[in-house]
Design a protein around this ligand. Structure first.
Ligand SMILES: [Zn+2]
Length: 420
């Protein structure tokens, strides 16, 4: 068969995505439950591996249950393309699964077009991206950034240890340390993902190309006041921990206005008050301030401003205040050359593509430590994700998939950036 221009087969892609989403569906809510190393997660992996095997790909599974399906030469570096198959609890049909399915559909389209790649293309379906045990474990294992301490400390919300969960799937958590791909064995990593935000839809642009993935810092804050009777304690004699928390939350927009930029985000998403009773002044508040930005210096400035604000508000409310940094992820700049190839191919296809940061974390940011990595977004209806209502229009998916296919075809034909 002679080579011709490959095209995405939309109905085949849809059937593949439906196949993935036959696993872990809650018929009552419409949500999907394939949390990392759950039964449904492992079952979908077995199914997806079989799909790739039927396509004639060289299929393998590593120690953390990342799946690989290799198309093209057995030896030499490969271009990895894919995303994760796990979901959050009650997640949507597109987050992660779409990127893995688009990757396999691209390979099917290349094969159908008679393309014989000079550089191998490897479909990858990563494991535990969504964070049952912290997140991005699969891509961290591939990139070789997993630590023993991380594996030992990882525990889910129900108190199940990562090692126990993996053992029940026939896996050994320590194998995460030996799953690393050799530097140089991966020429590039490409991921298509839903935007999970409203920007593309609002601007009517079908495709986003991420240049940076925002970093984050979580500050765990504890305010100590005095629990006391809500009827007998005069307002001016209170040390109300919740009032302090509210003062801090109220100051966030001003802090952002003074120290933030267009990609700055500060959120208090987790709060616990004690004793949490309707007739008692809250004596203690524990909450987490999540600070995100695409620039390290701005994250630092926002952290400083928040700490200053918390100290002042605590003092004004007669509260003790302790702040602990819980987690920190630096912003990651994705590969400018690879991003440039995406932009060029989008232009060649006549596709409007928006240069944008990613506010959410993705496997691509982890993979950038190993190889040039890039991230393509397709729009999310109403910006919704991590919910059953998550949806992307099929014409948008097709355009994103065609872009991925064009880039893969170009890279598979030659040098890492396709310019050789
Ligand atoms: Zn995702």
């Amino acid at each position: 068969m002679s080579e011709h221009t490959p095209r995405i087969n939309s109905s085949r892609l849809r059937a593949l995505l439906d196949g993935v989403n036959a696993f872990g569906k809650n018929p009552r809510t419409g949500g999907f439950n394939r949390t990392g190393y759950s039964q449904a997660d492992m079952a979908v992996r077995t199914w997806f591996m079989e799909e790739m095997r039927r396509d004639g790909l060289a299929v393998s599974r590593d120690g953390v249950a990342n799946l690989f399906g290799r198309f093209g030469p057995r030896g030499g570096p490969s271009i990895l393309v894919g995303s994760h198959l796990d979901t959050v609890p009650e997640g949507g049909a597109f987050d992660g699964a779409l990127g893995a399915c688009v990757a396999l559909e691209c390979v099917r389209a290349m094969r159908d077009a008679g393309i014989v790649p000079a550089v191998a293309v490897e479909v990858v379906a990563t494991a535990e991206e969504e964070g049952r045990f912290g997140g991005m474990l699969g891509s961290q294992a591939i990139a070789g950034t997993v630590t023993t301490e991380q594996l030992d400390a990882a525990i889910d919300a129900d108190g199940t240890r990562l090692s126990e969960a993996m053992k029940s799937c026939g896996l050994d958590a320590r194998d995460a340390l030996t799953a690393a791909r050799a530097p140089g064995s991966v020429a590039a990593f490409l991921e298509l993902h839903i935007e999970q935000g409203p920007v593309l839809e609002e601007r009517g642009i079908p495709v986003g190309i991420a240049h940076t993935v925002a970093g984050l810092v979580n500050l765990a804050v504890r305010l100590d006041g005095r629990a006391n009777h809500s009827g007998t304690t005069p307002m001016h004699l209170r040390a109300d921990a919740l009032a302090g928390m509210a003062g801090i939350a109220h100051a966030i927009p001003d802090i952002l206005a003074a120290h933030g930029g267009e990609n700055s985000r500060i959120t208090i998403g987790k709060l616990d008050i004690q004793p949490n009773f309707m007739h008692t002044v809250p004596g203690r508040a524990d909450f987490v301030v999540n600070i995100r930005d695409t620039h390290p210096a701005r994250i630092a400035a926002l952290c400083d401003a928040m700490r200053e604000c918390m100290t002042a508000v605590a003092k004004a409310n007669g509260l003790g205040c302790t702040v602990e940094e819980h987690s920190r992820m630096e912003p990651v700049a994705l590969d400018p050359d690879l991003t440039g190839v995406l932009r060029e191919e989008a232009a060649r296809l006549g596709l409007a593509a928006l240069d944008m940061p990613s506010g959410a974390g993705h496997d691509a940011q982890t993979m950038q430590a190993l190889c040039p990595s890039a991230l393509v977004f397709v729009p999310s209806r109403n910006g919704v994700s991590h919910a059953p209502e998550e949806f992307t229009d099929w014409p948008d998916i097709e355009q994103g998939a065609e872009l991925m296919l064009a880039v893969l075809t170009r890279l598979a034909a030659g040098s890492p950036t396709g310019r050789g």
